[in-house]
Design a protein around this ligand. Sequence first.
Ligand code: SF4
Ligand code: SF4
Ligand SMILES: [Zn+2]
Length: 279
Amino acid sequence: MQISFSRLDDTIARFVLRGATPAFANTLRRTMIGEVPTLAIDDVFIYDNNSALFDEIVAHRLGLVPLRTDLDEYVMRDTCSCGGEGCSGCTAIYTLSVEGPKMVYSSDLIPQDPQAAPVVDNIPLVKLEKEQKVVLEARAVLGKGISHAKWQPTLACGYKEYPIITVDKKCDGCAMCVDECPRGVLEVVKDSVRVVEGKLEDCSLCRLCERICKSEGTWDEPAIHITQDATRFIFVVESDGSLSVKEIVERALREIRSKSESLVDVLSDISGGNGNDEI
Ligand code: SF4
Ligand code: SF4
Ligand SMILES: [Zn+2]
């Protein structure tokens, strides 16, 4: 298997995975969404809240604020040496104390650990009128998206099979498919259609080009054919900023490897020490 990146910055990655199966591509997608841990607020102690929002809604909104996460600093609470009671190794603490009139933003959450601050400052939490106030303490822990969406490190995370576009000799270059293509993938050169250089990966596999060619042409089958390569996948992954997108991909791949190795160990135990035996 090979991975080649065409874009990789802190929040967005676009890459092609080669030599994989649809099952592995889907496993990677699901692992990035659901198995890479991030910090999210899980406990809120509300000391004062006479705003228009119930305590539960304020707590819910706090839970959805993305928090910068250093996975070398924090461990899951259930594996922490504190035995799950909560300590600086598994819990990040925030305070918030605001009086109206004012819109309360994520920037009003004051973290004890500056490395675990909210990713962005301008997420509105609650609007306070005159003489309204909110005073609370919030605690964030590591969790996984498989338990709750607030722990998902990704905003968008998906893939498509790699497009293959072929054109028959019968193409007369009428350009109807060029006008129909919503992604600007096709062009006519010397009385025949072809893929614009560098645009193949933009094809959404919608097949509108095939459909217009077949319906407007004089033949039974279209002159252009759209198929997919089931061993190559184009991924787009967007992070919510809690982790870098590179870390999300790496952690997901390590998680898949670790689970596979555990499975091999289990199989070895079942088959009497040889993981390659049939069971
Ligand atoms: S619509 Fe068909 S015939 Fe016309 S340019 Fe496209 S592929 Fe060729
Ligand atoms: S399948 Fe859709 S996006 Fe791809 S070339 Fe045809 S019309 Fe364009
Ligand atoms: Zn702890």
